[in-house]
Design a protein around this ligand. Sequence first.
Ligand code: ADP
Ligand code: MG
Length: 736
Amino acid sequence: MYLCTIEIRKMDILTQDIMYLTGVGPNRKKLLSNELGIETFGDLLEYYPYKYVDRSKVYRVDELTGEMPFVQVVGRILSFETFDMGPMRERVVAHFSDGTGIMDLVWFNGGKYAKQNYKIGQDYLVFGRPSVFNNRIQVQHPELEAIDHSSLNFEHSAAQTSADANNGQWSMINVQCKMRPYYNTTEKMKKFNLTSRAMERLARNLIERLKEPMAETIPDFITARLHLMNRDQALRTIHFPQSAKELERARVRLKFEELFFVQLNILRYASDQRRKYRGYVFNRIGPVFNTFYYDHLPFNLTGAQKRVMHEIRHDVGSGRQMNRLLQGDVGSGKTLVALMAMLIALDNGFQACMMAPTEILAEQHLTTIRELLQGMEVRVELLTGIVKGKKRQEILDGLLDGSVQILVGTHAIIEDTVQFRQLGMVIVDEQHRFGVAQRAKLWSKSRPSAGGGTIPHVLVMTATPIPRTLAMTLYGDLDVSIIDELPPGRKPIQTTHVFESRMTSLYDGIRRQINQGRQVYFVFPLIEESEKIDLKNLEQGFETLCQVFPEFRLSKVHGRMKPRDKEEEMQRFVRGETQILVATTVIEVGVNVPNASVMVIMDAQRFGLSQLHQLRGRVGRGADQSFCILVTSYKLSEITRKRIDIMCQTNDGFRIAEADLKLRGPGDLEGTQQSGMAFDLKIADIARDGQLVQMARDEAQRIVDEDATCSSAKYEILWNRLAQLHKTNINWAAIS
Ligand code: ADP
Ligand code: MG
């Protein structure tokens, strides 16, 4: 009973309106809410510092050099000086000394404020990055804090003693809290003086106000086993750590908690699904599959393809619904695996469908499948947005009576009007956006009487290799198969980096390739300027190339063309009528022209790693040596240089994906954006905290296995927390 009331009070205080915190009035409340989304005490508590600066060291002016990171100096302003910098602008310089030397504090903006607020003769702690200008040390836009003896954070005690030995400098001060937290703030907040410093004060006010320990969200026996700091301590420490070691423990605890509930959510969802739905049992490998495998398959399966077929056959025979993610680099032969999975469904009296992200790809799949099945009596049809009228009706009828056995199409397949007699296998190709919700929609595709708690098997294919830790989070409810072996005979694509200025020699090489009968892609980036997408690059590039190669024919495609025109241009290239295809990234996924052996990517610095890798995958599909050429300007950022280096070093999609995740962080990663699921992680970083992701996963799995119905009192606190998170965090809706 007693515990209960404390619980409620604690909840209450964290849901308090931020306005009632000391130091926050209506104006700051508005700023905090608009700029950072902080509405309550709890929100502020979870607004963690982004860095900490070790305040134990205070430098002397005569020690400073231009190569130091942020430093602290204690001293006094001797005088101010103002310089005119044109109309309405001035530069304010404060000459500052600690007795060992003089340095300048410089303001290009806000100098007026500095002159008014900082007093000559007062002791200040100055914080900033020193640089050298005209042989003098200066700190631009420093942070100043007046030092007085009553200050909470500072004590100016023994300082003078050591200073005396050094001719009366004030170089040593005792600092109670060694690690100073820094909070991200916005320009607007700074304008109203709601700086990192001010945020620090608010955080301190808040933490002092939280007298009761904050509620745990993870049972003690788990935190104890995993040696995790308790939640109350972690939340206090994250704002005001006493040491780096303590800070690290607090971070681990909070990161773990975040990742753990994500995993718990995913795994509980997956286990719910498993209990709710059965899968059709396909225990027959019959004439359709066998005829194809023994009489039609034009080559031997690779080892990896065989292994994946094994995994799929095991799934579909188990009585459990298959939910499998098939990852494999471009050209690794996923389509063939998908086709064989569909044929197994046919052998067991079911229909199958395959969904592609674009019409071009759907048609390409249709062609491939029809070719592979030539001479067999399997009815394969295409359904996209452009299939209309009588043809469409025919297909819809065929689906209902079961005569259409394989349907290939786009999103048009999940429209309500599309009903199957008995859909047993769904293949989803190259679609990161195809989330749990859409998959669920497919389950209602069979006639009502057909299933009844039994749903089709699903195979999701992707050529964007996803690092394991990310896959666990993005596709946590799917089992994963990997094709990590290319069909034999492929020559690895050679990738080179070329500067714009060397294009002429590049053109010669391209001319030779085309004269040998090869085809070439030129990809240009889209320029996005304030929501407007500009095709300038592409258009100019196309004209230049027409002039450079008057003897060849060129196609041009981009996303703004009418689907029909785009299709026609693509087809001209596919049929070999044009030798050069100039395009934006519309050719990124799936397009298959084995005769194309050169991929030139212009302004390669504008593309992300995984995008470059996807684009490169358009070549290297035939027996010829293929080339990828990354063209950039001279000036490259550090990150771009690394990206280009990785591309030139390896063709391994997984290595590239790992590197991408490390370079960019998961928030930016295409996989996450495309999934439509924003990661709302406040402190954990999927790229860097791989071990914690794994730990969280293992722990969550253990709990879901033990308490599948979420009813054990032992874990009640976890399920309650999960329910609470569902209420407060809308992004979770995307996961389940
Ligand atoms: P993905 O969809 O994984 O990018 P595809 O299924 O389109 O790759 O296969 C790429 C090419 O490789 C196709 O032309 C396909 O016919 C061929 N292929 C697939 N599997 C094999 C294999 N085991 N041996 C030889 N060629 C193969
Ligand atoms: Mg494919």
